[in-house]
Design a protein around this ligand. Structure first.
Ligand SMILES: Nc1ncnc2c1ncn2[C@@H]1O[C@H](COP(=O)(O)OP(=O)(O)O)[C@@H](O)[C@H]1O
Ligand SMILES: [Mg+2]
Length: 261
């Protein structure tokens, strides 16, 4: 369980998050949506302990019962893995070496063919020996996802449920690979893990999210199920443009921006 209450955060003297409160359960996909600059990445960084929350009364930030601010990164790394919005790679690593970083961050001790299997899972079979810098942007994103999956390869760990925290994991991917990532997230959750991910695509959100957190100006404007949060009124308010949510009986909600004219 991820439990968050009264989470506020300031960086460089600016208050970026205001009194955020929600919980996320293993077995579920929680999607964080909202316009550019609304605080999605900052929230994810706070949830993973990368940046400290303001120590205000009522603050609670715990994962599997561990107070995130007081738990060593080495311990957290055993049951949660993080995909940042962008990742700089300074050294001339191969794809396999990048994925191995995930094994080292987690509990280690993996089957020898695991790296090959993970690269195949992100549709890069046999690519382990290729230099990372020679991959396209979308391929690099999939190598990074394989690294995260190497770290969080057990949806249920001795420390409780495993967690994936993913910041825009499909931002540079084509539609087929976007759906691939959604399938990976779903099967991780179905196997007992928890997934918290920032998504830009409202239709993907409607398709996969069990819980939606809608951010606006550093606050949670709404939270709940897809049908509660993905509404014309809330999306219009958050994104500042007319948006219509349609319903198709077979495929669930779909979201169309309306002409501003
Ligand atoms: N280190 C920082 N110092 C000051 N402001 C920051 C810092 N990091 C992010 N911000 C600001 O916080 C706001 C939210 O950023 P971010 O969480 O990255 O938004 P997004 O929802 O697009 O992921 C933006 O206005 C951004 O400029
Ligand atoms: Mg962001």
């Amino acid at each position: 369980m991820l439990e968050v209450a009264q989470l506020s955060l300031a960086l460089s003297g600016r208050r970026l998050l205001h009194e955020i409160g929600f919980s996320a359960r293993p077995g579920q996909i929680t999607a964080i949506i909202g316009p550019n600059g609304s605080g999605k990445t900052t929230l994810l960084r706070a949830l993973t302990g990368e940046v400290p929350a303001l120590p205000l009364p009522g603050l609670r930030l715990s994962l599997n019962g561990h107070d995130i601010a007081r738990t060593k990164p080495r311990i957290l790394a055993q049951f949660r893995a993080v995909l940042a919005q962008s990742t700089q790679v300074a050294f001339p690593y191969t794809a396999a070496e990048i994925v191995r970083l995930g094994l080292d961050a987690g509990s280690g001790g993996a089957a020898p063919d695991l790296i090959d299997r993970l690269l195949a899972e992100v549709d890069l079979p046999g690519a382990g020996g290729r230099p990372y810098h020679q991959f396209s942007g979308g391929e690099q994103a999939r190598v990074q996802l394989a690294r995260v999956l190497a770290q969080a390869r057990q949806p249920v760990t001795p420390e409780g449920p495993g967690w994936l925290f993913l910041d825009e994991p499909v931002a540079s991917l084509d539609i087929g690979h976007q759906l691939m990532v959604m399938r990976i997230a779903r099967s991780f959750a179905d196997a007992g893990g928890g997934v918290v991910m920032v998504l830009h695509d409202l239709n993907l959100t409607a398709m996969v999210a069990d819980q939606v957190l809608l951010m606006h100006a550093g606050r949670l404007l709404a939270q709940g199920r897809v049908d509660q949060v993905l509404t014309d009124a809330l999306l219009g308010q958050a994104f500042g443009c007319p948006i219509r949510v349609g319903r198709a009986p077979a495929s669930g909600p779909w979201i169309l921006p309306q002409s501003a004219a």
